[in-house]
Design a binder for this molecule. Structure first.
Ligand code: TRP
Length: 468
């Protein structure tokens, strides 16, 4: 992890962070960004929203959103982060001064900070479910449920019992927030880099094994593939398109400046466009693999694809109960899922902590504790909305659903829209060109067109139709 001459020359650039605050290589950056992108969004959320929204047509819209809006916005975020070189909020201020545009673009950073609070508070609760299932795997509850006459129903009951327990949900959420705070408190080099090295490859390997299992043992792989990839447009409506767009943002970790914060630690000469494509490609691959592992089991066990947030927690344990060495595989899977979730939670907290560190007397540790503590409190509300506080509804949603919808469907696309406009129209073209030197004139023209026209119009259209 030695810093090299490239990091030193980058530090000489005004506003760039010190070398010891940079990723040790472009590969490490990609790994960290993939760690942020790959998480519960891919394994938990993607399959259940595919199930709820009718399958193939939804997947197609989602893939289009990733390619035409997600990748350009991801590139724009990393670009703006690297150019600003500080916490997202301050980066907009630095660029305003250097490039002579309005400081009001800082609003994107503030919006992102708000999003971080809202996202992490419900995300941490779901990460807590993964921890609970890790406990079930180790404690033998999964194999016990796997021995029942109706395995599907037994697994469903296990999940419902978890949701009904305030202590289990608050406990899991508390552990997740505590670990997140600890990692973020240790800084980019000491905490983030070390944590991500082995987690993402691990989850990838287990998912590949599960897809193989689903392809050979379930007898329903063809039906699952048909469900996921044969588009039935009669199942599609604007609500579903809004969900697909929102999820494209959520799964790529874009729209709230988290990738900006990661980009600020990237060397000046590292290629941006190909990094963004690699990050989005791997993220999409993991999501599709999760779907291909889960839906064959759904069909083989006679479960409902539209079962909702419990889908992955009910289906995969059925496979684990059936395969030799299933307890070990289940243990590893939920361990890796928890860790993949943690490599995402740290990226949500990071921009907030960086800002507090810059702007308040708080140390990194103090900043992590203060912001993480506030998120922990809000998260307790989310945990309790599955049981004792389930009757408290706002606009017909409990707190958990409300935060999920508000962030994915509204705030993240809004943030992404503003970032696309910012990099497309506000940053000086010469600066954007210089940052993108690697992609060539044609690549630049394509990206510029996507940022200036396709992404903004696409997001605006989906907002108009999806929210009406
Ligand atoms: N992308 C992560 C997932 O799919 C979640 C996540 C991490 C995120 N950082 C983010 C979502 C920033 C939105 C914004 O699980």
């Amino acid at each position: 992890m030695a810093s090299n001459s490239r990091t030193l020359s980058a530090a000489a650039d005004a506003g760039a962070p010190a070398p010891d605050n940079q990723w040790s290589s472009r590969l490490t950056f990609i790994l960290a960004a993939v760690g942020s992108a790959v998480g519960l969004g891919n394994v938990w959320k993607f399959p259940y929203i595919v199930g709820e929204n009718g399958g193939g047509a939804f997947v197609l819209v989602y893939l289009l959103c990733i390619a035409l809006i997600g990748i350009p916005v991801l590139t724009a975020e990393i670009l703006a982060g690297r150019r600003g070189g500080a916490s997202p909020i301050r980066s907009f201020g630095i660029m305003a001064e250097r490039d002579g545009h309005s400081r009001n673009w800082q609003a994107i950073g503030w919006l992102g900070g708000l999003c971080a609070f809202l996202i992490l508070s419900f995300y941490s609760v779901v990460a807590g479910w993964a921890l609970a299932y890790l406990g079930y795997a180790v404690g033998g509850d999964l194999s016990a449920a796997g021995g029942a006459d109706d395995v599907g129903q037994a697994m469903g009951t296990l999940f419902e019992t978890l949701l009904a327990s305030p202590a289990a949900l608050v406990g899991g959420h508390t552990i997740v927030m505590a670990i997140t705070i600890l990692i973020v408190a240790s800084g980019v080099r000491g905490g983030l880099e070390k944590a991500i090295r082995w987690m993402v490859p691990g989850i990838f390997a287990i998912l590949a094994g599960l897809v193989l299992y689903a392809a050979t043992a379930s007898g329903e792989f063809g039906r699952a593939a048909h469900f996921m990839f044969a588009p039935d447009f009669s199942a599609l409506n604007w609500d579903a398109v809004l969900v697909a767009l929102g999820h494209a943002f959520f799964t790529l970790s874009i729209g709230m400046t988290a990738m900006m914060a990661y980009g600020a630690h990237l060397q000046k000469d590292a290629a941006l466009g190909s990094s963004a494509v690699a990050i989005a490609g791997l993220d999409t691959l993991v999501a599709l693999m999760a779907g291909l592992a889960i839906f064959p089991i759904v069909f083989a066990a006679g479960l409902e694809p539209a079962a909702g947030p419990g889908l992955v927690f009910v289906t995969l344990p059925i496979a684990f109960a059936d395969i030799p060495g299933g307890t070990i595989v289940a243990t590893l899977f939920f361990l890796f899922l928890a860790v993949a979730a943690l490599s995402s939670t740290i990226s949500v907290l990071e921009p907030v902590v960086e800002y507090l560190e810059e702007r308040t007397p708080l140390t990194r540790r103090g900043a992590a504790l203060a912001s993480g503590g506030a998120i922990w409190l809000l998260g307790i509300g989310c945990a309790l909305s599955f049981n004792v506080a389930g009757d408290i509804r706002l606009w017909d949603h409990n707190l958990f659903d409300l935060l999920d919808f508000l962030t994915s469907a509204i705030l993240l696309p809004l943030g992404g829209l503003l970032i696309a406009l910012y990099v497309g129209y506000v940053l000086p073209e010469r600066a954007v060109r210089a940052e993108l030197a690697g992609i060539g004139p044609r690549g630049y023209a394509v990206l510029r067109g996507l940022l200036r026209y396709v992404a903004p119009l696409g997001i605006a259209t989906v907002f108009v139709y999806g929210l009406m």
